[in-house]
Design a protein around this ligand. Structure first.
Ligand SMILES: CC(C)(COP(=O)(O)OP(=O)(O)OC[C@H]1O[C@@H](n2cnc3c(N)ncnc32)[C@H](O)[C@@H]1OP(=O)(O)O)[C@@H](O)C(=O)NCCC(=O)NCCS
Length: 229
């Protein structure tokens, strides 16, 4: 069993936290691409492009090039979407982590997980902008090499305990359709999926990129909520 420890964020973590966040966000590129290609509507459009080009040009090569162009356009849209997401995160709360989370005048917090002194994971919690009264769990990432050992769960439980100690009744989080490992983590913590919507950006609309909102009612303390690290 890999030994790990959790602690609050320090300014010296800044660059590594940015790196961990960006890497975790970008890793879903392939999964999103595959999810988009699995949609019947996308397959139908690509097939229609193929048939139309074949009919118009009489050339199989042209028809195949047309479909390749369509695939490339989807791939580029997915990349743009992920880069938008990374830029957004880095320009919001992560731009000044101390001010966003660790300022004593704000009730919010940022934690990191370490293995042998190396930062391998992050989580944060703060009052939710989109929903008054609720708090939002954010920036949950564990480096690939340290996954599946309970670190993500321990990070989330620490944040949830912090919320409970501050009298918070409802914790929400936003996750994307591609983050299936995270969905399992949230399920195991007792979160419930409430709504889904298309992320409001052009590349997201192009690939129908869904964001899910999960919520947890603090106070309904389940066995899983007991910190076990
Ligand atoms: C989501 C993430 C943080 C999970 O971290 P982790 O340290 O591997 O999670 P844990 O080991 O604590 O697992 C927590 C729970 O989720 C389940 N889980 C996590 N990854 C899983 C996987 N790949 N397959 C099956 N179950 C999984 C575990 O079974 C565990 O549940 P249990 O305790 O009831 O058995 C990690 O996969 C990650 O960083 N992903 C990329 C970034 C991301 O998507 N972040 C979410 C942003 S919304």
């Amino acid at each position: 069993m890999m030994e790990y420890s959790l602690r609050e964020y320090r300014d010296s973590d800044y660059a590594v936290v940015h790196e961990v966040y960006s890497t975790g966000f970008r890793e879903h590129s392939r999964a999103i691409f595959v999810m988009v290609l699995r949609r019947l509507r996308v397959q139908a459009v690509l097939f229609a492009v193929f048939l139309a080009l074949l009919e118009l040009s009489g050339s199989l090569l042209t028809a195949m090039l047309g479909v390749s162009g369509g695939l490339l356009a989807i791939r580029v849209s997915v990349q743009c979407l992920l880069e938008q997401g990374v830029r957004l995160g880095l320009s919001e709360d992560l731009q000044n982590i101390r001010a966003s989370y660790m300022d004593p005048s704000r009730v919010a917090r940022f934690w990191v997980a370490e293995v042998q002194g190396i930062l391998v994971g992050t989580v944060a919690i703060l009052p939710c902008v989109e929903e008054r009264g609720a708090w939002e769990l954010k920036r949950i990432t564990v480096l690939k090499r340290s996954r599946g050992r309970g670190i993500g769960k321990a990070l989330c439980q620490t944040a949830m305990e912090f919320a409970a100690n501050h009298g918070v009744e409802r914790v929400v989080l936003f996750t994307s359709m591609a983050q299936s490992d995270a969905h399992r983590l949230y399920d195991s913590l007792g979160f419930k999926k409430e709504t889904e919507f298309v992320w409001p950006s052009l590349p997201a609309r192009l690939v129908n990129f869904l964001v899910y909102k999960y919520a947890y009612k603090v106070g309904v303390r389940t066995e899983q909520m007991l910190i076990s690290y």
